[in-house]
Design a protein around this ligand. Structure first.
Ligand code: 5AD
Ligand code: SF4
Length: 458
């Protein structure tokens, strides 16, 4: 199911080499990219393009790319190989091929050299100029770039094509001002820019008007949000304002930086039931020495103080995290500290990654690279330790009843799947039909490391 939100579009007939005016967009990477693609699709629809189901059927083919971890650039070049005349697979003549996102930003003009059939290379910090770039391309220009990152603009669209039927993403802050030494994002997405609270709240009201009840606020460091307008809302105040929008029942937000997590945010989560009881708080390492080399701006102890602040809330808040193993110079003792942090913090979920050197980042040239095999060993140990923790935490929920938003039906009759406010997947049985998109109460009867099972409670 797709939904369109935004001012009702006055469709313009596409012109120029786009011909019949259809586009295809494929997205790699994070939720920010998924949502950027929804906005880019909105810009194209607003210009009168229709969406095609495959690159073969489209006049405009866009790849929205990711470079945060390994081999992302290669993946893009392999997609581009589809259009290489030598391969005789897809014909790029009369097509406009564009590369968007982090690989576009990092590779820049090199993309034209390696794949001369590409005509648009645009990083996310330049998306606000996309309509103008499309105009240039429609007028017949074959090489158009948007590669500046030095911008104060955010990507505002009149129309956003929404892919998720139940959850709507809303970017509140773009870019990143942190300087984590392993990360490409500050280079690929540019400096931090917050949207005005008026623009965000207008978008949330429009989403509620078309029936969305769950919104997810997005930003690389979502909680460093600072309203640039004279209202000057802080993150916690914005969160409450979004949650109080009539019709909105669930507000999620990601990703929070530990250094920017304040008591006001926890207090807001505690007192406003629409704000979901889940916090994604990447720690990256349990060793203060490694955290310092990563320039994460907090120590192990400071991170644990934030966790304690969250655990002291009146309602239980689920905490998930990101962890990198095998950062350059990470010793066995450092890694042991990460393992012991798992025991201390008792995360409800982790995303774990082996360190991968990213071009032009300070960590890429740091001494003491950890061999690939050792990174793999540490990753497996970490995942094993966390699996046991998650199993125990989930088992403690058996017998409790949670409200879930029903997100899917299983092929098996009477089987549904939904999510709790704490972002756990809860598969359940119900004699009722037509539950998709409904909020129902479910009693947990079984628990595994990654999901819960239960039955609808009446
Ligand atoms: N190597 C491995 N993992 C990385 N991440 C970011 N950069 C790297 C890298 N160079 C991980 C971090 C971040 C998540 C989105 O991706 O854990 O929080
Ligand atoms: Fe990358 Fe650090 Fe910014 Fe997150 S906070 S996007 S890890 S630089």
């Amino acid at each position: 199911m797709e939904a369109l939100t935004g001012a009702s579009p006055a469709m313009m007939p596409p012109s120029g080499p786009a011909g019949q005016g259809t586009f295809y967009i494929e997205t790699f990477g994070c939720q920010m990219n998924d949502h950027d693609s929804e906005k880019v699709a909105g810009v194209l629809l607003r210009r009168g393009y229709g969406q095609a189901a495959s690159p073969a059927d489209a006049q405009v083919v866009l790849y929205n790319t990711c470079s945060i971890r390994e081999k992302a650039a290669q993946k893009v070049y392999s997609r581009l190989g589809l259009f290489n005349p030598k391969n005789n697979l897809l014909d790029a003549t009369d097509k406009i091929i564009g590369i968007l996102g982090c690989v576009a930003q990092q590779e820049g003009q090199r993309i034209f050299e390696r794949a001369p059939w590409v005509s648009l290379v645009c990083g996310s910090a330049s998306y606000s100029k996309l309509p103008a770039m499309l105009e240039q391309i429609e007028a017949g220009e074959r090489r158009v770039t948007g590669l500046e990152t030095d911008t104060e603009e955010t990507f505002e669209t009149e129309l956003t094509r929404r892919d998720h039927p139940l959850r709507a993403y809303v970017t509140i802050i773009e870019g990143c001002d942190k300087t984590c030494t392993y990360c490409v994002v500050p280079r690929t997405r540019g400096p931090e820019r917050s949207r005005t609270s008026a623009s965000i709240l207008r978008e949330v009201r429009e989403l509620a008007d078309v029936g969305y009840t769950e919104v997810q606020l997005l930003g690389q460091t979502v909680n460093s949000y600072r309203d640039p307008s004279s209202r000057g809302l802080r993150f916690a105040e914005l969160l409450v304002a979004v949650a109080e929008t009539p019709g909105i029942r669930r507000v999620r937000f990601t990703t929070s930086h530990p250094s920017d997590l304040d008591a006001a945010t926890i207090a807001a989560m505690d007192s406003v039931p629409q704000i979901c009881d889940h916090l994604h708080l990447p720690v990256q390492s349990g060793s203060t020495r490694v955290l310092r080399a990563m320039q994460r701006t907090y120590t192990r102890e400071e991170y644990m103080q934030k966790i304690e602040m969250v655990r002291a809330a009146r309602r239980p808040i689920s905490i998930t995290t990101d962890i990198i193993v095998g950062f350059p110079g990470e010793t066995e003792e450092d890694f042991e500290e990460t393992l012991s942090l798992l025991d201390l913090a008792q995360f409800d979920g982790i995303f774990s990654f082996r360190y991968s050197p990213r071009p032009h980042t300070p960590a890429a040239t740091m001494a003491g690279p950890v061999p690939e095999e050792e990174r793999g060993r540490r990753l497996a140990l970490l995942q094993e330790r966390q699996r046991a923790i998650q199993t125990a935490r989930n088992e403690s929920l058996v017998g409790q009843t949670f409200e879930v938003l029903v997100e899917g039906a299983s092929r098996r009759e009477n089987q549904w799947t939904g999510r709790t406010s704490s972002n756990r997947t809860l598969n359940f049985t119900s004699p009722r039909s037509g539950l998709l998109g409904e909020y129902v109460l479910v009693r947990v009867t079984q628990a595994g490391p990654n999901s819960l099972a239960g039955e609808q409670a009446f």
